[in-house]
Design a protein around this ligand. Structure first.
Ligand code: B12
Ligand code: SF4
Length: 489
């Protein structure tokens, strides 16, 4: 069968506003795995990453028609749902009989609602590989989807759901991601990762042992499964040798998951002599790293570490089950600087009942930690997270939970939910204050200039974005009112 897999985007300007040009696409590893197992099952596969191609929904539907797709599958993260809906409807107009399936977190969470409200045929509700291959097999054999594990489908007027899907217990048995179906030149390393050249994601594990309330990491599959370090390094070496890729980013919840794993990985990189051929970055918790581990990782080609510091307030961190002491961040950043390993700090603003004073404390804390890159996110109760469960009653009928609205750059007058505490505008203003204040510091500009980690062009785009964003804020204070909040706690 002919299978088209789509990674849907949202409109470029709504994705990141004035910073859009800095938000380069990251290749979708999940679709690369699905494409690979589908090919193993004997199917012909194409992948369309709208982030990379910038095709609009009508063009994607046309592509499916030209390809003669029998099945079109969409990867559904919450913010891309408006684009998925548009494309599904276009697709239905052109190819009324094509089988449309949805996967990934948002689809899994709202499988029943989506099957009832949208013209889609099935939802793969959980980890994809095993159920997707079974879905394709049954469709090809014209068998019913009744009882298929991990699959929900529309059966006339009712929605039917099979038992939970099987997880791939031994991740080493998965085939390599089908990167040959992607144009790797479309994926230059985003400036925030401070490396130059093409950039490919790698997964060494699935799942996270923690359960922070704002995070939907664990919604698809329970527990933590790890690949062997040898399998991970075989993949990295293969991508380097076959495709000339040198930059890799781990997309695990946390990598390495322990000090022992970190030392083992670093030792094996060096045994293979890969440390001078590859550069890689990863996300971790600051309570998992020690100075000796950082030294070891750096000597194995680790170029940057992303730390989820989130907040300067221990009280807030406790409230969201982060189980982290902000004081630890100070030590970790001192070591990172001494060792010369790149650092990327992740912060969040707008936690339930957070005050603007607490948010400003986080902003000051970010400048004190002074990571090379810092990002400030609006706290968003994504479906699949414990926080969503806690606050979903704040949605009313105007905001369809399965048709996620854009909480980042909502249109004026657009309905949106809000968490108890600060208003949407207050949070927006604090986020701007955080970003502008962080990046317009001479020391950060000088650091990146001197090291050449971010090019002059990227700096110019960033600075232009900051100025546009700040002006936009001033203008919007004069001209518009806040998007409508439908409820608050
Ligand atoms: C890498 C990553 C990114 C990358 C690339 C995303 C991508 N398309 O792959 C970038 C940086 C672009 C990104 C952006 C965002 N991300 Co992100 N991201 C991740 C991360 C760290 C890894 C994803 C990954 O590669 N996993 C490994 C692969 C193998 O698994 P997978 O993608 O889940 O795919 C499997 C299944 O979901 C399923 N599947 C997936 N697609 C499909 C399609 C079909 C048809 C089928 C049948 C099955 C199927 O099968 C796959 C194989 O098992 C996850 C957290 C995590 N560790 O999982 C967060 C995560 C997915 N991101 C998240 C969020 C919030 C975002 C952003 C909103 C961040 C922001 N503030 O802008 C944006 C949204 C982007 C969008 N498309 O709308 C949330 C999702 C919340 C939600 N309810 O949607 C997660 C879970 C993080 C979290 N801790 O909560 N992200
Ligand atoms: S925020 Fe990080 S540590 Fe917490 S559950 Fe999510 S991935 Fe795990």
């Amino acid at each position: 069968m002919r299978v088209l897999l789509v990674n849907p985007s949202s409109a470029q300007d709504r994705r990141a506003g004035p910073y859009s040009k800095l938000m380069l696409p990251v290749a979708p590893l999940g679709l690369a795995y699905l494409a690979s197992v589908a090919r193993q099952g004997g199917h012909e596969v194409r992948v369309e990453d709208q982030y990379a191609t910038n095709r609009i929904s009508a063009q994607v539907a046309k592509l499916a028609e030209e390809f003669g797709a029998d099945v079109v599958g969409f990867a559904c993260l919450s913010p891309s749902m408006p684009m998925v809906e548009q494309t599904v409807r276009e697709l239905r107009r052109r190819l009324p009989d094509v089988h449309v399936t949805l996967g990934n977190l948002h689809a899994a969470y709202f499988a029943e609602e989506l099957l009832r409200e949208w013209p889609v045929d099935s939802v793969v509700a959980g980890e994809g590989e095993t159920p997707f291959v079974e879905l394709l097999r049954r469709l090809e054999a014209r068998e019913s989807l009744d009882g298929a594990a991990g699959i929900a489908y529309r059966d006339g007027d009712r929605v039917s759901r099979g038992p939970d899907g099987e997880l791939v217990q031994n991740l080493d048995t998965l085939p390599r991601p089908a990167w040959d179906l992607f144009r790797l030149d479309d994926y230059p390393c985003p400036p925030r990762f401070m490396m130059h050249g093409r950039f490919v994601p790698v997964g060494a594990s699935r799942g996270c042992p923690w359960d922070c309330s704002y995070c939907s990491q664990n919604a698809l599959a329970p527990g933590v499964r790890r690949r062997s370090m040898d399998a991970v390094l075989d993949e990295i070496e293969w991508m380097h040798d076959e495709s000339g890729v040198s930059n890799f980013g781990f997309v695990d919840a946390i990598f390495p998951l322990s000090k022992k794993d970190g030392f083992e990985f670093a030792r094996k990189v060096k045994e293979r002599g890969l440390q001078d051929k590859i550069r890689w970055g990863t996300e971790t918790r600051c309570d998992l790293v020690t100075k000796d581990l950082l030294i070891e990782l750096k000597s194995a080609g680790c170029h940057f570490l992303m730390y989820g510091f989130e907040s300067a307030s221990k009280e807030i961190l406790d409230n969201v089950d982060k189980r982290l002491d902000p004081q630890r961040a100070i030590d970790v950043m001192r070591w990172s600087k001494e060792i010369g390993i790149g650092s990327y700090g992740l912060y969040m603003i707008g936690f339930p009942n957070e005050t603007s004073d607490q948010a400003r404390e986080t902003i000051r804390f970010s400048r004190r930690l002074d990571t090379d890159v810092a990002s400030f996110a609006r706290v968003t109760p994504y479906p699949g997270s414990p926080m969503y469960e806690q606050y979903k009653h704040l949605f009313d009928g105007e905001v369809k939970p399965w048709h996620w609205n854009n909480q980042y750059r909502p249109e004026t007058g657009e309905a949106l939910w809000r968490l108890p505490g600060m208003t949407h505008d207050e949070i927006t203003s604090l986020l701007r204050e955080a970003v502008v204040g962080y990046y317009l510091r001479p020391r950060i500009i000088w650091r990146h200039w001197r090291r050449g980690t971010i090019s002059v062009r990227e700096m110019a785009i960033g600075a232009f974005g900051l100025v546009r964003d700040s002006l936009g804020q001033v203008m919007s204070r004069w001209t518009s009112s806040e998007p409508r909040a439908v409820a608050s706690g």
